[in-house]
Write a protein that binds this ligand. Structure first.
Ligand code: TMP
Length: 205
């Protein structure tokens, strides 16, 4: 089934919040209901993005904060045009693992970057198209760290303080944009998190 105008839903949270599991569950659920969906991610949802993801998560050695921000934004600019907008315009439900709010939370709150500038650059990268709905899976740092485990990428290796600021960023974003951003308590069981997620999604289908 196609949606009337297509839908763009993004999923956010600190590393280890469990969003990837929930996206998979939701995708299966929507497909069973005969919706046309695609699952994609940032960084890395398009060919150019796959290369950028490799640099962003696995480059050994110094990466400047500004370079990091522009690499995430470059991935977004390509991905939004090539994958997200194309599929939304075809009437599909696009389930996107991370988007604009990740840059505000990680490069803004985490790296203490200028949030007004990030908003402006996000706006350029997305041509002003915000997600119709954003779900933040909120979890405490200790639980998240356990879920991440010991094999960590460049971002996951950041300090506890960094990840605390990122979490705080998401919570503040959800207060700033209560219509678009909904928070789910992701310390609950997988089933309970999913049932909260379905309740929110049903309202916009
Ligand atoms: P993930 O795909 O496993 O969630 O990993 C992506 C990592 O990149 C995660 O640590 C969050 C980080 N990230 C940013 O710092 N800024 C961004 O704009 C995006 C999209 C991701």
């Amino acid at each position: 089934m196609e949606c009337k105008k297509g839908l763009f839903i993004s999923f956010e949270g600190i590393d280890g919040c469990g969003k990837t599991t929930q996206i998979e569950l939701l995708n299966n659920y929507l497909k069973e209901k005969n919706y046309e969906t695609i699952v994609t991610l940032e960084p890395g949802g398009c060919e150019i993005g796959k290369n950028l993801r490799q640099i962003l998560l696995f480059h050994k050695g110094f990466v400047s904060d500004v370079a990091e921000m522009f690499l995430y934004l470059a991935d977004r600019a390509q991905h939004i045009e090539e994958i997200v907008l194309k599929n939304v315009n075809e009437g599909k439900i696009v389930l996107c693992d991370r988007c604009i709010d990740s840059t505000v939370a990680y490069q803004g709150y985490g790296r203490k970057g200028n949030i007004e500038q990030i908003d402006l650059l996000n706006n350029i990268a997305t041509k002003g198209r915000k997600p119709d709905l954003t779900i933040v899976f909120d979890v405490d740092i200790e639980t998240a760290q356990k879920r991440v485990g010991s094999t960590k990428d460049r971002m996951e290796k950041e300090s506890l303080e960094f990840h605390k600021r990122v979490r705080q960023g998401y919570l503040e974003l959800s207060e700033k944009y209560p219509e678009r951003i909904k928070v789910i308590d992701a310390t609950q069981t997988i089933d309970k998190v999913f049932s909260d997620l379905k309740e929110i999604i049903e309202k916009i289908l």
